[in-house]
Design a protein around this ligand. Structure first.
Ligand code: HPA
Length: 274
């Protein structure tokens, strides 16, 4: 057995020794989007630092926890905090929790993220469903020996985000009067926000938003046969007449403000699919 599979099995056995139940759906919460966790009736929670083989944070004050609980009447795993490539984690570390969730029995993965808009029709605070992504600017997490216990060498990526979930989310949004765009997320490494020329490039290659997470997790999830759904909160606009500057603070503030809409869509979607 490869070292990756050995580690995954040890992590999964450890979690199973702590909690006997599992859930078919997991949610990974993006930057500034952690408020959903407060809506959960928690059955079990554990800090990432206490989970064997979970990536070890080198960043001061980095918090993160894995939760199993009830949201909107349904059992769900929630990862409060994710691992980003720009923090120095390898693509294998970034995607490690996704594979752990798969081996815990998770079939559906719901992802949220903060992203910069480049589509002229988008405003700060809008939500966008990912119907597709472009990952050419990030390192593919499947590079290296294929882990055939998880999936195939050359995974099909024609439907990286499950159409069924997209249709359900659109119906939920319409019912609740929430404007929901559907578009293409361009994954970048960060940690710099983009230059003005880069935002224009991202728009020119077909992107609607740009962000520093999600695509590697999506690839690992598709590889091991999970159905994925993802939403971006547009936290800033890369292409504007007024030559704006972008700060992490405004990104977090916009994410926080839009968070209730996202929580509503995730919890209603969970009710339908779990
Ligand atoms: N670019 C990249 N990542 C981001 C942005 C952005 O403008 N906003 C939030 N995450």
């Amino acid at each position: 057995m490869t070292q990756l599979m050995t580690h995954l099995n040890e992590t999964v056995n450890f979690i199973k020794s702590k909690v006997s139940e599992t859930a078919s759906t997991a949610i990974i919460l993006g930057s500034g989007l952690g408020n959903l966790a407060t809506k959960i009736k928690v059955d079990f929670e554990i800090p990432y630092t206490a989970i064997p083989h979970f990536p070890v944070s080198t960043v001061e004050g980095h918090k993160g926890r894995l939760i199993l609980g009830i949201l909107n009447g349904k059992k769900v795993w929630v990862m409060e905090g994710r691992f980003h490539f720009y923090e120095g984690y390898t693509p294998e570390q970034v995607t490690y929790p996704v594979r752990v969730l798969k081996l815990l029995g998770v079939e559906n993965l719901l992802l949220s993220n903060a992203a910069g808009g480049v589509n002229a029709n988008y405003a700060v605070g809008d939500l966008m469903i990912l119907k597709d992504h472009i990952s050419l600017f990030t390192i593919n997490p499947l590079i290296g020996k294929n882990e055939s216990d998880l999936g195939t060498r050359f995974p099909d990526m024609s439907e990286p985000y499950a159409d069924l979930f997209i249709q359900k989310a659109k119906a939920i949004a319409a019912l609740n009067g929430i404007t929901l765009h559907e578009g293409v997320y361009v994954g970048v490494t960060g940690p710099t926000f983009e230059t003005r020329a880069e935002y224009k490039l991202i728009k020119a290659v077909g992107g609607d938003v740009v962000g520093m997470s999600t695509v590697q997790e999506n690839i690992a999830a598709v590889h091991c046969g999970m159905k994925v759904f993802a939403i971006s909160v547009v936290t800033d606009l890369g292409i504007r007449e007024d030559n704006n500057v972008i700060t992490h603070e405004e990104v977090l503030e916009a994410a926080n403000a839009a968070e209730p809409k996202l929580t509503l869509i995730f919890s209603e979607l969970l009710k339908e699919i779990a």
